[in-house]
Design a protein around this ligand. Structure first.
Ligand SMILES: C[S@@+](CC[C@H](N)C(=O)[O-])C[C@H]1O[C@@H](n2cnc3c(N)ncnc32)[C@H](O)[C@@H]1O
Ligand SMILES: [Zn+2]
Length: 307
């Protein structure tokens, strides 16, 4: 498929994922002007995965498998709770996008979430990014203009490109050791005073206790056994490892992103009154309300000057 004028123009925010050199569009591929690597544009979607790395190939395979399983699960109680959480997160995102007049948005790990539809594509450059090409292909077919297939570890964007970055349920899919590098890169591509909104599963949710205290490897083993026994179509990503809100806040702070507010707790449906009740109790019980949250949302802002 040929590359249209509109596509070519927005490709100028792309850099080489390996050497961060500038790129140019050439006969259906994006070429690095520094190291000469070429990345294909497939069905209008730049594919900037570093294809020769076995680690990336393994990661793509496991995420693709999860994506296909999620496709099969049309309904389940946890999917319903997840969708309800996402509805609230959407309204938080839309409020920040409006308040901060965001014009360029990066949605990291978009999967096939159609959040781009909430924005006018002529006014807002809403860039969907995922490691699974099929998910982006689906979004692109539905009219999402800006899609980039790449790995969160090697984000191929020019520094200071985005007013807003969204990470909805992606960080726990990444290896904990890679997170500092990924957050540093996100902070780099976010403009100063740009906003980042992150939704993550609540590590300390009531239904996840006492599993959150079990060592990581043992937890993955138990989850995989449980998934096999119950024959459920949706299971954990092999490297899934929820972070606590506190861990995430300090990680963001390390890279110059300050939280705008306290983490927002997305309660289990019907348990909002319970959270509100515990909030009124003495501070000693402050840990209890967070157990009613299935997910939490954090919004942070990049410091106006380097810290
Ligand atoms: C749980 S899904 C969430 C999808 C979407 N944000 C939503 O709320 O519907 C996690 C997404 O992160 C993507 N992902 C996982 N690891 C990634 C990586 N290293 N780089 C880019 N995307 C990744 C997966 O392919 C998947 O689409
Ligand atoms: Zn290069």
């Amino acid at each position: 498929m040929g590359v249209g004028i509109v596509e070519e123009k927005w490709f100028d925010i792309l850099v080489c994922p390996q050497c961060r050199g500038r790129t140019r569009v050439q006969k259906g591929s994006i070429d690095c002007t520094a190291c000469n690597r070429a990345y294909p544009i497939i069905k209008g979607i730049p594919n900037l995965l570093i294809g020769d790395s076995p680690q990336v190939a393994k990661r793509v395979a496991s995420e693709r498998e999860l994506y296909q399983r999620m496709h099969l699960a049309s309904s389940s109680p946890s999917l319903e709770i997840w969708n309800a959480s996402k509805e609230r997160t959407r309204s938080i995102i839309l409020r920040y996008a409006k308040d901060m007049a965001c014009k360029t948005i990066l949605y990291l790990g978009s999967g096939r979430d159609d959040l781009h539809l909430a924005f006018d594509s002529r006014e807002t450059k809403f860039v969907n990014v995922d490691i699974v090409f099929e998910a982006l292909d689906e979004l692109h077919a539905q009219g999402a203009r800006y899609c980039v297939c790449c790995d969160a570890r090697d984000l191929p964007f020019v520094e200071d490109s985005f007013d807003m970055i969204l990470c909805i349920d992606i960080l726990h899919h990444l290896f904990a050791d890679d997170l500092p590098q990924i957050i540093a890169r996100l902070a780099g591509v976010l403009r100063k005073q740009g906003v980042i909104v992150i939704q993550e599963p609540n590590k300390y949710a009531l239904l996840r206790l006492p599993i959150c205290w079990v060592p990581h490897r043992m937890r993955l083993f138990l989850r995989n056994v449980k998934m096999r026994l119950s024959n459920r179509p949706v299971g954990p990503a092999p490297h899934e490892s929820p972070l606590s809100a506190g861990q995430l806040i300090s990680l963001l702070r390390r890279f110059g992103i300050e939280c705008l507010d306290r983490p927002i707790c997305l309660e289990y449906p019907g348990s909002r009154w319970l959270t509100a009740m515990f909030r009124r109790l003495p501070r000693i019980l402050f840990t209890i309300p967070r157990m009613f949250g299935y997910h939490f949302v954090i919004a942070g802002v990049r410091a106006p000057v380097e810290t």
